[in-house]
Design a protein around this ligand. Sequence first.
Ligand SMILES: CC(C)(COP(=O)(O)OP(=O)(O)OC[C@H]1O[C@@H](n2cnc3c(N)ncnc32)[C@H](O)[C@@H]1OP(=O)(O)O)[C@@H](O)C(=O)NCCC(=O)NCCS
Length: 243
Amino acid sequence: MNDLIQNIEKLHTTELGTIRIQKNLGIDADDIVEWCKETIKQANSIIGQGKNLYAYGKGIVITVNARSNTIITAHKINAKVRAMEKSDYACLNEFLYHSIFIPDGENLPPRSIINDPEIFIYIKDFGDRPGDLGVIAEQSGQVVGAAWTRIISAYGHLDNNTPELAVSILPEFRGYGIGMKLMHKLFKLLKENGYSKTSLSVQKDNPAVRFYQRLGYEIICEKLDHVGHEDYLMIKDFHSLKA
Ligand SMILES: CC(C)(COP(=O)(O)OP(=O)(O)OC[C@H]1O[C@@H](n2cnc3c(N)ncnc32)[C@H](O)[C@@H]1OP(=O)(O)O)[C@@H](O)C(=O)NCCC(=O)NCCS
């Protein structure tokens, strides 16, 4: 993050880069490089991936080549969703980790936390059991979110006909409506596969409770998980959903 901010005055783009950014964002700023610099200064987060740095903020992502300081492109955050394929299963580790609720101000747990059997059960041998269904969200070729279901004896288990949900969006992509889009696609997929309900378990103080309620989930009961967190068991019945 600091590298990009420290080198902000070195940023430049090409003529094609300017046209691409103006077209993608639908803006007509006179000086695209200055516009990008200002946007990058106010970015919520900047992450490095391969040779590029990605600055996220104001609902857009700006891609910069880290070595040459060239602004390559910029896009509106508008992920596409699709059914999960076998080749996507490798990313489940990452999305399982991000599905763990971390209250504001708490330190991130180590990545190894997902190996806890109570957590790993959500992805172990995924694809082998009835009810193993999933969808993913992609932004410019990068997988940025995943939602999947399983019928397992985990926190949110209701019965053997009700797949239980796990969902997460990469932190820098939260709050842009991607989760909502992903869930509607998942409901459709579940229905196509003969299911009429899905359940989940969520910590009572997770803001995602509101997200689930907006999606039509209802609180069925309260319970404690294995480490003593107070959770809601929630159910969504999408029987009436048009396939
Ligand atoms: C919950 C989550 C999947 C929603 O996806 P999203 O793309 O951010 O959601 P949308 O933009 O469609 O909707 C925004 C809603 O998501 C929830 N949300 C937004 N940021 C969130 C965050 N950092 N943590 C948890 N929930 C969040 C809120 O309910 C928000 O609605 P609100 O503004 O009324 O509070 C996503 O925020 C996430 O991955 N959160 C962390 C992991 C998690 O809590 N998973 C659920 C475990 S049960």
